[in-house]
Design a protein around this ligand. Sequence first.
Ligand code: ZN
Ligand code: ZN
Length: 327
Amino acid sequence: MLDEQRLKELHDSYIAAGGGRPLEELLAGKDKLKGAEAQRLRGAFSSYGLHPADCKQPLLVVELMTGRVQGLRSQFEVLEKEHGKEGAVRLWYDYRDSPNKLPIIDILQIGAWTDMSRSNSSSVPPKYFEALRYLLDLGISPEGTDVAGYTALQHSLTGTPLLCDLKWSQMLLDASADPIAAINHRNRYGGTSAHEIMQSFRRPGEQELRVKCLTFLLEHGANVDIPDGDGSTARRSAIHTAAFSNLIAAADIKQSTENACAFCRRGGVAGKGKEKDGAVPKEDGEIRASLRCGRCKSRMYCSAVCQKLDWAAHKKGCVPAPAATSS
Ligand SMILES: [Zn+2]
Ligand SMILES: [Zn+2]
């Protein structure tokens, strides 16, 4: 007889055997996933196609998906009257819709992607740029995450859906509080964008686009040695694809010859940077590595953010430097 107690036992023994929690529990959580649980959520996420009829606010979703800035403006004004500007921005930032719990910027992005697929275009139509500009100017951060822990930037560069319009990705990146953290953001599977590019399903003809996206990521400080929940890294996954491993090899060479930041690779000769936080640009606008690990005194960083992001990987190899002898 399957009473509640028996069901609970089955549930627990299934989890104990490595089968993981059921989808319902994964959808309700925000924790990092690996193994069977990661596969289960990935499957559910990619099988869902966004439809306004499944949404809590179909009218808002339609305005977003069709990129109608005028429609968005009038919906925002209604909200603003009741909650004030700050309250309305907060409500839109916190808002999630569809079973995949998409932030509004992600819904706009899916609309742009749908439009592009329909018209077989490789760039985002202007009206979506206008709508994105409107939302960002209101102060809505693009860093909200969906049920799988992805940001809009991560989706735009990795393939769920793969937008691969770098002007769009750049706009999302520029609006992020910390670009290096945004480029290296990890979803609930622990995967960074550089890693997801290698993992996600590849449609024929997409290879070239993925190479373009990985180039963008590496140029903007993507680290390919961050392990995901199952311990795999972008560098390891790249060995199956020559185009990816060549890009990573080129980035490695650049890093070793320019004495660049140990985390994000952004280059430059170590200089006399004064700012403790944030990268220090040279006169020409380039970034240089000017912070040194205080413990081993050998690893260089362009910013405190990079130093912090690198610590999990670096601590294993960080050997304290012998104390300097004073004369
Ligand atoms: Zn850096
Ligand atoms: Zn160190």
